[in-house]
Design a protein around this ligand. Structure first.
Ligand SMILES: Nc1nc2c(ncn2[C@@H]2O[C@H](COP(=O)(O)OP(=O)(O)OP(=O)(O)O)[C@@H](O)[C@H]2O)c(=O)[nH]1
Ligand SMILES: [Zn+2]
Length: 451
């Protein structure tokens, strides 16, 4: 059953607003003028204003109060992140307004009714039906106080930051020209995915622009400095020249697997698509043959949106079995790098190209040269330990993600190792960012910053 939200008819007497206070508010997004208003029903609202009057329709966010999202950072909804993103977008343009509308809590049903609606949603009811089951309107918000505040600010035309067409229609009906509407594109989270899906399916919400991940795939980094995807992957999406990213997942004591290969490291069920996202943002993913032998991973991008990159297997002695999935799955080209004199089967999928290098020439520098000649500039060296260590030791990694799994193996297949025989013992340091991937901890080294 599809229920369309019923907009409560505004009472015949429009709500008027009176400006009662003016001050400034320094924030992490810069200094805003802060204007306080009281509407004719006694509810108090504020407007955060940046920039001057001139220069076309400003960015405007008409933000519905949400104590849980705005103040407590709740992930049940996306309000807090939208508010942050709106302030950030306005600070980038150095111009715009956030009208913070009180009394809009719970889409106008009030805070405690919203909490009751949450309790119903905990039992499986969706956000629309929860309001209805409580005998309350799906959306009881009115926007005449927001329109009044904009008029008081001398603003008659706006670029609205919202994914809600009903908000645009309501403002238009109140005489505010919405020359453009776009969503703020904040990333979906596991906790709010159902809520956002329901808003799209049953409340006509649309993102009004590409979401963050789609933008990153297109090489565009949205102005959302607080967004997890932007923070984690913005640099890679924006990289214009060659970039090499290493990845290693190992036990706390530095092994990728026990000697027997069985059992392997526990798979992390929620790595938030980290490895898949790295794959999707590069031109080529490279692995050593031992990793393919151990895991038979076809190296696809199939859990997040994006294209599978060119797959590159370093296999000097030709150990790769012809039925391994990286050779048989033709989702993307595979480069099988072997030494000159190695025998390979004559019948291989059309997606597979055997590239022969002189014996001894399969070192990281030559391999990267070969990839760059093919315009494969962004490279993910995904595993295993020896392969990634080779690129690390050769000083060829711009970034390294070292994910540690909270287990101890004692002895096994080594993860990252420096070869003491070829290089003086080094302590590699670089700025590190750390993030938690389920039970794993990922440390990201940035070797582009010299220390
Ligand atoms: N009744 C109810 N209200 C909710 C729920 N989740 C969030 N809200 C309220 O919904 C309001 C925000 O509305 P949304 O539909 O999320 O977004 P919007 O303002 O219509 O659209 P955007 O401009 O794109 O943010 C806030 O006041 C929240 O308190 C919920 O499950 N039930
Ligand atoms: Zn909210």
């Amino acid at each position: 059953m599809s229920v369309h939200p019923t907009q409560t008819e505004p009472p015949s007497a429009p709500v008027g607003v009176e400006r009662v206070a003016e001050t400034v508010l320094p924030t992490k997004y810069g200094v805003f003028r802060m204007l306080g208003y009281r509407d004719s029903g006694g509810t108090e609202h504020v407007a955060l204003v940046r920039g001057d009057d001139g220069g076309g329709a400003p960015l405007v966010r008409v933000h519905s109060e949400c104590l849980t999202g705005d103040a407590f950072g709740s992930w049940r909804c996306d309000c807090g992140e939208q508010l942050d993103a709106a302030l950030a977008a306005i600070s980038v343009e150095e111009r715009g307004v956030v009208v913070y509308v009180r009394g809009h809590e719970g889409r106008g049903i009030g805070l405690l009714a919203k909490l009751k609606a949450y309790a119903l949603q905990d039992q499986g009811v969706d956000t629309v039906d929860a309001n209805t089951e409580l005998g309350l309107p799906v959306d009881a918000r009115r926007y005449d106080q927001a329109a009044g505040i904009l008029r008081d600010l001398g603003i008659g035309a706006i670029r609205l930051l919202s994914g809600n067409p009903a908000k645009e229609e309501a403002l238009e009906a109140l005489g505010i020209a919405v020359v453009e509407r776009r969503g703020l594109g904040v990333s979906e989270r596991t906790e709010n995915a159902r809520y956002l899906r329901t808003k799209r399916a049953r409340m006509r919400h649309d993102p009004g622009g590409p979401d963050v991940w789609t933008s990153l795939l297109d090489g565009v980094v949205p102005e959302l400095p607080e967004d997890d995807l932007v923070r984690r992957y913005g640099y890679l999406a924006a990289a214009s020249g060659p970039i090499v990213v290493g990845h290693a997942r190992q036990s706390l004591d530095g092994f990728v697997a026990p000697r027997s290969h069985s059992p392997a490291l526990p798979q992390e069920p929620s790595d938030e698509g980290h490895v898949q996202r790295l794959r999707a943002l590069v031109d080529a993913v490279l692995v050593g043959v031992s990793t393919v032998l151990a895991e038979d991973d076809p190296l696809l991008v199939d859990e997040v949106p994006g294209d599978t990159p060119v797959r590159v297997v370093l296999d000097a002695t030709g150990m790769l079995p012809p039925d391994s999935r990286v050779l048989t799955d033709d989702a993307a080209p595979t480069l099988w790098l072997v030494a000159q004199d190695v025998d390979v089967p004559s019948t291989l999928a059309a997606s597979v190209e055997v590239v022969r290098l002189p014996a001894g020439a399969l070192d990281p520098t030559n391999v990267l040269d070969l990839l760059r000649q093919r315009d494969l500039d962004r490279v993910l060296v995904e595993g295993g330990g020896a392969t990634v260590s080779g690129f690390l030791e050769a000083g060829l990694l711009h970034r390294l993600y070292c994910t540690t799994v909270p287990v101890l193996i004692g002895d096994g297949i080594p993860g990252l190792r420096f070869s003491g025989a070829h290089a003086p013992v080094q302590i590699r340091t670089a700025p590190v960012r750390r993030f938690v991937l389920g039970h794993d901890t990922c440390s990201e080294f940035d070797f582009t910053v010299s220390q």
